[in-house]
Every structure is written in C-alpha cells, then in structure tokens.
Design a protein around this ligand. Structure first.
Ligand code: GAL
Length: 417
C-alpha cells in the first residue's frame, strides 16, 4: 500500500517538474467578467498571475451567465484555435470534457491535494473520468435578494421571510414611489429569479423539477404556482426593464431608485465596488422561503488542450494560483462569492460573505445544496435553454396563467432531452 502511494507520488512529482520546467507562456483567458465588480475581482487574478510572471491576454465576452462567451468559445474551437483558459460553468465543462477538448490538471491537483479540500458538489463538475479538468475559483449562489436598507426601512424595516411577507414589502415600496424590483429582462436573469421562486416552494420540489426533470412535476400544480409567483413578480419591475444588464439593475438598488434585486451574489461585488456596506447601506437575505438551502454555481477555469510545453506550464501555473487558499480569500472577498475550498478562513469576508460560507456548509450537510438551473449546474445547456425560453415567455406575459406555463415547460424540457 505504502509502496504504491510512494510510487504514485514520485511519478506525479516527476511529471509536474517536467511541465513546470518549461517557461510558462502568456495565458489567453476567455471570460464574461466585464461589470465593475467582476472586473475588480478579475484584476485580483491578473495581478496574482503577474507576480508569478504569467502574462495575461484578455478575451472578454460580455453577457451575464456566459451564453455569449460560450458561443464565442465554440467559434474559436471550431477554428482550431482555442484560448488557453476559459471561465466555464457546470455542465458546459462536462460537455467539453466529453468532446475530449480539455487538458488534464490531475498532476497539479494531486500534488496540491485538491481532492481533500474541494467540496464534492464542485468536484462533480471539475473532474471527468477521474481526471481534474477544471480549477474552481468560487462558489456563487442564486437564491439571494439584495435590498436597499433605507428603502427597506421605509417599507417597515423587516426583511421578508415568506412569500406573503415579500409581496407586502414589494407593495409598500411601490406605495413609497420607488421601483420595487430592479430587474433586467434577459433570459438568464429571468431564470435566476426563477431559481429562487422554485426553491421557495421546497427542496423536494426544486430537486424533482430541476435536477431529476420529472415531467409530472415540471407540468404539475406546484410548478403552476411557481409561475404564478413569477408572473406576480413581473408586475413590480419598471417600464424599462427589458434587455437591461444585471449590473445596471444592481445600480438602481445601490442608488435607491429601486428597492431590491433578486440576483446571485456577484451583485454584492457591485455593492462593494460602490463602497456600500452590508447592514448599513444594503441588506442581503436568502430568497424568502429558502433559508438553509442553496442553489449554487461555481465559476471554474477549464484548460483547453494545447501542444507546447510552455502553454501547458502556463495552464498548470494558473490552475495552481487559482487554487491557492490566500488567493481564494482575496478574490472572493471582491467577487461576492464563497471560496471553492473548505479550508479558507472567513475573517476577511463581510457579513454577507460570512453568511454565504455558513449557508453553503449548512446546505451541504443537510442535503439542501442544489445546482442552479439558471447557471448551468442543474442540467445540460439544451435543457437550460428550454427552461429559459418558457420562463422568459412567462415573465413577459405570454401565458394566460401559471398552469399554461407549467404545461409548456414540461413539453419544452421533454423535447430538449
Ligand atoms: C454567472 C457567473 C458569475 C457572474 C454572473 C454575471 O454565470 O457565475 O461569476 O459573472 O454570471 O455575469
């Protein structure tokens, strides 16, 4: 036994040495982190790599949720010229791995012991056929609501814990003359809100609908109720919501023009960038009815298959830098997310960050941690896109009621599989 592990380690060390001995080339990084908060977080990564003499060639493709970035990636791969490293989510990583397009990070991962510190839920998307194919930089979650503190105080001051209380606060904000719900009408944003709405009707319901894709549940009474709630929420947005970028919706909450935004915790990156403080300027709560549960998405950097030793060395060095615990703390404090490793202290994080980390641990221990449908961690892109279509149509009033939307969802998801 001992000899076997000893041998394995020796081989791993030799492999790592041969890769790192080559001079690391620049890394070309495809990503969609273009908002103020996202760019600030990306800078933490760029600067970290610069200290290791790894140059950065930027390939930003704007568009939250990464759909446009994934289209750009496909074009680059088809042209035979993939970028060195790509920000990627959930099932997209596994799809590219199945196409045999990704490089192998197992040598670095083994040398640094990633298996022991990355939560199993994340490893499910970082590994394929037993090999590490991506380095997770964070854990975001989608079931959050970001509220302007003064607007909440003017609306009674009590953060809503149930759907009924949420509606009461939205009504009070409306009566106070502000836009109750800051929202950008883009399919991925509609779907992000819907993650929280569906989870708010129960863990079992979320799992049966979005993880198991049970047709009876997708088209059933609870899904009809979920859509009725989404349709209700659509009555609280302003007239100019259509097409608005998510960070502009965050800005409406930051400047008090709107009361709240239902968005993943990358929104906190915008509040922090604007110098706002949780508990003083803004309040972070879990989507009412989802306390203790989490719908997560983890940004990972997948490395595409490259030929030269220099490019391979750069990929290994970048992956190693991403997984460094000190870096994970510095980066995620700015990004709004939780670290992707379980051994990072929470000292540097603000109250919302500490809550994110605690909620993740609780959800993980109580079978209440689920992949986000909106952000590619519940089902492959074909299903996700089918869900997007129906959710967006519902948000924009295409169905007579929630039951009609639920029936459409069951049909669309069945067709997408
Ligand atoms: C998510 C991604 C986040 C954030 C967000 C908005 O898909 O995981 O890191 O960038 O999109 O752009």
């Amino acid at each position: 036994m001992r000899g076997f592990f000893g041998l394995k380690l020796t081989v791993a060390a030799a492999l790592l040495a041969s890769t790192t001995m080559a001079v690391a080339e620049d890394v070309e990084v495809l990503h969609w982190w273009t908002s103020g908060g996202e760019a600030a977080a990306l800078n933490v990564l760029k600067e970290d790599l610069a200290t290791k003499s790894i140059g950065w060639v930027d390939m930003p493709v704007a568009g939250g949720g990464g759909e446009a970035a994934m289209t750009a990636l496909r074009a680059r791969v088809t042209a035979g010229n993939p970028p060195t490293a790509v920000q990627m989510l959930g099932f997209d990583i596994l799809d590219w791995a199945a196409e045999d397009a990704l490089g192998d990070l197992t040598t670095v991962a083994a040398a640094e012991g990633w298996d022991a510190v990355v939560p199993a839920a994340l490893q499910g998307f970082s590994k394929h056929d037993g090999k590490w194919i991506a380095a997770p930089v964070n854990v975001h979650s989608t079931n959050w609501v970001w509220m302007n503190k003064a607007a909440l105080d003017a609306a009674g001051g009590k953060a809503p814990e149930t759907w009924e209380e949420l509606v009461a606060v939205l009504d009070a904000m409306k009566a106070n003359g502000i836009t109750p719900l800051a929202h950008g009408g883009q399919a991925w944003q509609d779907a992000t809100v819907f993650d929280g709405v569906v989870l708010g009707l129960g863990n079992d319901f979320y799992k049966a609908a979005f993880i198991d894709l049970d047709p009876a549940v997708l088209g059933g009474d609870q899904m009809a109720e979920a859509f009725n709630r989404l349709i209700k929420l659509s009555t609280y947005v302003d007239a100019n919501f259509s097409g608005r970028d998510w960070n502009l919706a965050s800005a409406m909450v930051i400047n008090g023009e709107a009361g709240m935004q239902m968005m993943g915790d990358w929104a906190k990156g915008e509040f922090v960038k604007a110098g706002k403080v949780p508990g003083t300027d803004f309040v972070c709560i879990r989507f009412p009815g989802t306390q203790g549960s989490v719908t997560f998405n983890s940004d990972q950097f997948a490395m595409f298959g490259v030929e030269s030793d220099g490019a391979k060395a750069a990929q290994g060095a970048m992956a190693s830098a991403i997984m460094n615990p000190t870096f994970q703390s510095a980066f995620n404090v700015v990004k709004g997310s939780a670290p992707a490793r379980t051994d990072v202290p929470n000292d540097a994080f603000d109250d919302c960050g500490k809550k994110a980390m605690a909620d993740l641990a609780t959800a993980n221990d109580s079978n209440s941690l689920f992949g986000s449908m909106a952000h590619g961690h519940a089902a492959p892109a074909s299903v996700k896109n089918a869900v997007y279509d129906v959710v967006t149509a519902a948000f924009n009033g295409s169905y007579v009621d929630g039951a009609a939307a639920a029936a459409a969802l069951a049909t669309a998801v069945a067709a997408a599989q």
